[in-house]
Design a protein around this ligand. Structure first.
Ligand code: NAD
Length: 583
């Protein structure tokens, strides 16, 4: 039973379906269909989030949860019968208005049938599919690859065949039923927790063993039949949003390569997660479903991101520090172009405000500016509190704010040390500590990027304090990456070489008077200008690093070269470190 839900029973073809409703029936209806071996409770976290904005309807598929099973089981689970059930539910809960359909796993497989057969035309306003392809599309996908095999296509076939091991098992008689009625259902919650990172609690429900035994007929009644003879006209008659978890152990991403051909109005989303996303990523799913449903109700259209990685970052909340200039500003823009909501943080109020304003212009659905000194512990605590209450838990955090400090160790004063460590190291520590904790407590993954520098692994007599601060950021990132890996939170250290930004004009030069400092700032600004490596390229590397969950990313050829030397010829780097820079 779902908390706060109204339950009713809907009769169809000798079956009684258990239907639950949440939210105001006057609002647009969203129908959530569960997969195998689940019941409608798999949606509980997503449903409660959606119920604030929509009329949410869930039902137990025949033979599952509180719905009765067909007799005999064989032949009772065909896609045609499942479509009858769906229409009966829709007639009962939303007779005069098309519904927004959402399916996961087998819920999505059957929903593809609903959205591609003629008799449901006009009854479905949109469809959000996750981790469950159309069997017809899958059948055509296989046929194309068998008919015209290339090494790549054969690789794709074999890849999916390997991921489908459980489908073959479910086709064997009796064994799956015995396994599910025996030890498997007892251990299933632990399997989900360990393999799928699904948090424990009230799910799965006590009907699991019966659900799983009955649900085996979903496979037996449909898979071979449809894969052998896929329908030639399985075109979607409603807009489709495809959400693909990139770590799905059961489905290859390649299955969806040609999906536009079947679903012309297609919006793609990806997220780094495993198969059971209704349990592991309810916030992200609810946000994407809400955006898609609202757009298809004639509201604000889904923002088509113009930049790369729009499928991944669209609608996500990204916080960038040091966003008022240089690498931070370029990074805020790159996330904005990918459709993310951006919080631009800088101690320079004007710079942060300008970045937020521009971020909205280049594609961010929302962008805010926050004026904070990252080295100020209390100010950072206030910021973290404000962000959590007003904007939500950050999906991507970029700790980028930093200052330059050049000069010999013996000329560097304790005050110089304090300043550079306060901003470059403590700023990163505060960010990781406060926002990292929020991410970990939410338990739905995320990513932290820390801007270190090539100076983190390249010693030099010119930058002892700066390099020390950046080496600490690099090691902090590596340690944190190890600590948070189990919670689906990635951590990346970005290590740029010489990038053409304002850092040279504001950097402190220890051991010289003000006039000489000014001269050196100008000269290094000119040299960085001649090098002319744009901060936009670092921003691209940051987005890519998040998508690929990379640990350490040297950016610029000199940073990559020094990284190789540090690993394979550290002696050479030490000799280079002795060269006195001419500034
Ligand atoms: P930048 O000077 O153009 O931008 C830095 C931004 O950080 C500025 O807007 C500044 O106001 C802000 N900032 C500084 N101290 C702050 C504080 N205490 N609180 C909040 N905001 C603060 O410099 P950039 O080159 O874009 O530097 C960004 C990061 O990249 C820094 O961490 C820097 O060390 C690192 N980095 C830069 C280069 C390079 O060559 N430019 C190379 C390697 C690493």
């Amino acid at each position: 039973m779902l908390a706060g839900a109204r339950e009713r029973r809907v009769r169809t073809g000798g079956i009684e379906l258990c239907v639950a409703e949440l939210g105001d029936p006057q609002l647009p209806t969203v129908v959530l269909v569960h997969g195998y071996p689940d019941s409608k409770e798999v949606w509980s976290a997503v449903a409660s989030r959606l119920a604030e904005r929509f009329h949410v309807v869930l039902y137990d598929v025949r033979g599952h949860g509180g719905s009765t099973a067909p007799r005999p089981l064989r032949g009772g689970f065909t896609l045609e019968k499942l479509t009858d059930d769906f229409l009966a539910v829709v007639d009962a809960v939303s007779p005069g208005r098309p519904v927004h359909l959402v399916g996961h796993d087998w819920g999505s497989v059957q929903a593809w049938e609903f959205v591609t057969v003629r008799r449901t035309e006009g009854r479905i306003a949109s469809f959000t599919s996750m981790s469950g392809p159309s069997l017809d599309h899958f059948g055509h996908w296989i046929k194309q690859r068998v008919k015209r095999p290339t090494p790549r296509r054969v690789g794709q076939l074999l890849g999916q065949a390997a991921k489908s091991w459980y489908v073959y098992l479910l086709h064997t008689p009796v064994l799956p039923e015995l396994a599910w009625r025996g030890p498997l259902s007892k251990h299933w919650p632990r399997v989900l927790e360990l393999m799928e990172k699904v948090p424990g609690g009230t799910y799965p429900t006590s009907s699991l063993s019966a659900d799983a035994a009955h649900g085996a007929w979903l496979y037996r009644d449909n898979v071979r039949r449809r894969l052998r003879r896929p329908r030639p006209d399985a075109y979607a008659h409603a807009p489709v949003q495809l959400i693909t978890p990139l770590g799905d152990a059961f489905l290859s991403q390649r299955l969806y390569d040609e999906l536009e051909q079947w679903a012309p109005q297609l919006t793609r989303r990806t997220l780094p997660a495993r198969h059971w996303i209704p349990r592991s990523r309810p916030d992200q799913l609810a946000a994407w479903i809400e955006e898609f449903v609202t757009a298809n109700e004639g509201g604000r259209p889904v923002i088509e991101a113009t930049g790369r990685h729009g499928d991944r970052f669209g609608g996500q909340l990204v916080l960038v520090t040091g966003a008022g200039s240089g690498i931070g500003r370029a990074t805020a823009f790159a996330f904005a172009e990918a459709g993310a909501r951006v919080i631009a943080v800088d101690r320079d109020a004007e710079g942060a405000a300008r970045t937020a304003e521009m971020a909205r212009l280049v594609g961010a659905p929302q962008a805010w500016a926050e004026t904070v000194d990252v080295s100020d512990e209390q100010a950072m605590e206030k910021l973290a509190e404000k962000v959590a209450t007003e904007y939500g838990v950050v999906d991507v955090l970029v700790n980028n704010a930093g200052i330059g400090l050049s000069g010999r160790f013996l000329d560097t004063t304790p005050e110089d040390w304090r300043k550079v460590l306060d901003v470059n190291l403590w700023g990163v520590i505060h960010g990781c500590r406060l926002f990292g904790r929020q991410m970990a407590e939410r338990g739905q993954g995320g990513h932290i990027v820390n801007t270190a520098s090539a100076a983190a692994y390249q010693p030099s007599r010119a930058l002892p304090a700066y390099s020390t601060s950046k080496a600490a950021v690099l090691m902090l990132s590596e340690c944190l990456r190890a600590e948070l890996a189990g919670q689906g939170i990635g951590v990346t250290a970005i290590c740029p070489g010489f990038v053409n930004t304002n850092i040279t004009s504001t950097a402190r030069f220890a051991g010289v008077d003000a006039a000489e400092e000014r001269r050196r700032q100008k000269r290094s600004a000119r040299l960085y200008g001649l090098r002319n490596y744009p901060p936009e390229k670092v921003a691209d590397a940051i987005l890519q690093a998040v998508v690929r969950n990379e640990a350490v990313v040297p950016v610029t050829p000199e940073a990559r070269g020094a990284y190789l030397l540090s690993r394979f010829m550290p002696g050479a780097l030490r000799r280079i470190a002795r060269v006195e820079p001419r500034l």
